[in-house]
Ligand binder design. Structure first.
Ligand SMILES: O=C(O)CCC(=O)C(=O)O
Ligand SMILES: [Fe+2]
Length: 351
């Protein structure tokens, strides 16, 4: 199917509920941004579960709660990092956050435009690329891109900044919006190799969560064709079992958990994009290292153990906005690929 002939695509896949204990694909809404906006959306998905009870009149998202006690799962696991792990091409600066006002505008716009129907929890926006008439994104997402460009300028290498924000773009962008209720996650995966280029930016809105990075094996990083979805077909781990990040992760430089707070910005390039998987465990709360205390001269104060001062942080509803480059020809999507979700999210009632 060519995206140019089908501006809106909604799959028939079932919407998840936080109480599901099995893995299901996410419900997609696929939208091509025409050269003029606003876009008309005419999706009529059939599922009936609702996110709306999570939203109050004054705030779109419930606040994630910080708690130092475990929600009854005494797992001896290392807390997630608050600072970037040593993965080449992974950029994350804890102090760098989007302005609250912009975050609120994006959230309100996306919720009222794309996620009005509670059955939809994933939306893809595609710009077209033509040097003569490049199509654009909704203004609030253009604002987001401009703000990201300014904020990231002094935090990533110049070559990476040029890759993400070229003066004269030569590729179309795809924006994927994922809405997660507490308990939902996304399977470990490498973003599709044949569809997306290098240079991915991810923004977390509404709630933080832990993202897990794991070194991909050689066979997993090959690009075996258009239906390839990398890691998405793996069965989910048992709901309450300690995951591989516990003892195994100690002294393990193949796996890292990183806490992405609300309004944080993540960049994946080179190795981080191609040689490591990223995913979000289906949990309702995350075990996270204490924010590192800093001495007066700015150097981190040492702590007695990795878990010292760590805390459980409850997840609220999270909206992620991910920008990727569409590779040439990636706007032609095969029918078989349509049926295999490119990003399957999982949902359980586990914490
Ligand atoms: O929600 C996120 O931050 C990650 C989304 C993601 O990895 C994807 O859509 O490929
Ligand atoms: Fe991804």
């Amino acid at each position: 199917m060519s995206l140019s002939t089908s501006p809106v695509k909604v799959s028939n896949k079932r919407k998840l509920t936080p109480d599901d204990h099995v893995s299901h694909p996410r419900k997609h809404l696929r939208i091509e941004i025409p050269s003029t906006i606003p876009t008309q959306i005419t999706a009529t998905p059939s599922a009936t579960t609702s996110h709306s009870s999570l939203f109050s009149a004054t705030s779109l998202f419930t606040n994630a709660s910080e708690d130092t006690t475990s929600p009854s799962i005494p797992i001896s696991r290392n807390p997630a990092l608050r600072t970037v792990p040593p993965i080449p091409g992974l950029y994350f600066t804890p102090a760098l956050e989007l302005p609250a006002e912009l975050a609120e505008s994006i959230t309100s716009f996306c919720m009222s435009t794309y996620f009005k129907n509670p059955a939809v929890n994933q939306v893809m926006l595609f710009t077209r690329f033509s040097p003569k008439s490049p199509s654009s994104l909704p203004p609030v997402l253009i604002d987001l891109l401009n703000t990201l460009s300014t904020l990231l300028k002094s935090h990533i290498p110049e070559s990476t900044h040029n890759l993400l924000f070229p003066t004269t773009p030569t590729q179309a962008r795809q924006v994927i919006l994922n809405l997660y209720t507490p308990g939902e996650g996304i399977s470990p995966h490498v973003d599709l190799l044949k569809r997306f280029g290098d240079g991915i930016i991810g923004v977390s809105l509404g709630s933080g969560c832990v993202m897990r990075f794991a070194k991909a094996s050689g066979s997993e990083i090959g690009d075996s064709g258009p239906t390839r979805t990398s890691f998405l077909d793996e069965p989910p781990p048992p709901v309450d079992a300690p995951s591989t990040s516990s003892e195994e992760a100690e002294n393990n430089d193949d796996l890292y958990d990183l806490y992405l707070p609300e309004r944080s910005i993540l960049v994946l390039c080179s190795d981080a994009r191609y040689k490591w998987t990223h995913g979000i465990e289906k949990r309702k709360s995350d075990f996270v290292a204490h924010p590192t205390s800093r001495s007066l001269n700015g150097s981190p104060l040492s702590t007695s153990s990795p878990s010292s001062g760590a805390r459980w942080i409850g997840r609220g509803t999270r909206l992620s906005v991910t920008f990727r480059w569409l590779l040439p020809g990636a706007d032609i999507v095969g029918a078989d690929e349509e049926s295999s979700s490119e990003n399957e999210c999982e949902s359980t009632a586990s914490p």
